[in-house]
Design a protein. Sequence first.
Length: 132
Amino acid sequence: FNYLRRRNHSRKKYRLPDELKSRCKKISVTQAGIEILTNEYYEEDTEEGYDKVKAIDALYDPNRNYAAVKKFASVMLYHYSTMGKKYRFKSETIDLSPDEIREKIQKTGIVDIYFEEKNPQLHYFDLSFFVY
């Protein structure tokens, strides 16, 4: 279960290893059972780079070369109860808006969550449908 503890920020994080699918208990949840929490923020667009001309222009007009890009950090939550105990399953961070997440869930209809029965704290949301 070391895989579950690692956080990888590439698109590969949305793929679930087959070994976990065979060892863990699976529950399938509809969109109605999932809560989406989101943090929105703006990040400076740095794709064009920064050179001396831009630095001099920025001294003259500080807003001239500034471009902000809206970013999202979202997670899906699911509350699971078993044998009188309640667990809160949380997905890895998803870099999509809540509307985009809901749209992708609607296309598949369900989200699969895998967890170890003896220790439900070890869980994994199968987000392979986010890969595009």
